[in-house]
Design a protein around this ligand. Structure first.
Ligand SMILES: NC(=O)c1ccc[n+]([C@@H]2O[C@H](COP(=O)([O-])OP(=O)(O)OC[C@H]3O[C@@H](n4cnc5c(N)ncnc54)[C@H](OP(=O)(O)O)[C@@H]3O)[C@@H](O)[C@H]2O)c1
Length: 218
């Protein structure tokens, strides 16, 4: 994969977006943080700049953030998911979408009418860009500490080439990706986050994550 790829994070001003931006900027990836408000994106970038050594973070509206990007991460709450994908439709050809969205209602997981957030995005985009699900089960808390060890990342989706590229990005941030199957598996991967939230509540933790064992591939 091109070493100099650009990645936009739609909803990049939130917990997940800022943490992922720090992780990606650490190895020198150019990251554009997207927001519904350009000024908010710029001020979030300013607040993060002293945490990275290079100057590879930028901020813009979601619409403008995706223009230059080869990869577009969707990191908005589920309530805004379908609308944001529909709003971006027409600008995503040639890009790969990385959908990190977990359908949650009051902290509990549910299966949306489309079958999963990933399938919802895929249906809305109708083939304009491959949609790969990833990062659902990793906490922003772990991501934001760029020196903390990361757990495993289950990656699902239908485009083999796109999935390989996303797995490469996940290696780049220091996590271990696993190909967790086709887009049809996304509801399971998204739902695991609901289990992790329950584990956090039960065991008074903040960053439960998944660990795959029994596979000798890395
Ligand atoms: N936090 C985690 O540890 C974590 C872990 C795994 C997966 N996830 C998933 O990642 C996604 C983002 O999580 P988060 O914790 O970062 O969420 P968040 O902080 O609540 O929201 C992220 C950003 O989304 C934008 N946003 C909020 N409501 C929106 C709407 N209705 N339409 C469009 N944009 C909206 C906001 O940015 P602007 O106001 O700047 O537009 C906000 O800063 C969620 O789907 C979550 O399930 C989170």
């Amino acid at each position: 994969m091109d070493k100099e790829f650009v990645i936009a994070i739609v909803g990049g001003t939130g917990s997940m977006g800022t943490a992922l931006a720090l992780r990606l900027a650490a190895p020198g990836v150019r990251v554009i943080i997207g927001s519904r408000e350009r000024e908010k994106a710029k001020s979030v970038v300013d607040s993060l700049k002293d945490k990275i050594s290079g100057g590879r973070l930028e901020g813009d509206t979601n619409q403008d953030a995706v223009k230059d990007a080869e990869f577009v991460v969707i990191a908005v709450p589920y309530e805004g998911h379908a609308k944001i994908i529909a709003d971006l439709k027409g600008q995503l050809a040639g890009k790969t979408l990385i959908d990190a969205v977990v359908p949650l209602q009051k902290g509990r997981p549910f299966v949306p009418p489309a079958g999963s957030a990933l399938l919802e995005a895929q249906t809305i985009l109708a083939g304009e860009a491959p949609v790969i699900g990833a990062m659902h089960n990793i906490s922003a808390l772990d991501l934001q500490d760029t020196k903390a060890p990361l757990g495993d990342v289950l990656v699902c989706g239908d485009g083999a080439e796109a999935k390989d590229k996303v797995m490469e990005i996940i290696r780049r941030i220091g996590a271990t990706p696993y190909d967790a199957g086709p887009a049809g598996n996304a509801y399971v991967v998204e739902g695991i986050t609901g289990v992790l939230i329950a584990l956090n509540r039960k065991y008074k933790s903040k960053h439960a994550s998944v660990k795959i064992t029994g596979i000798d591939q890395h």
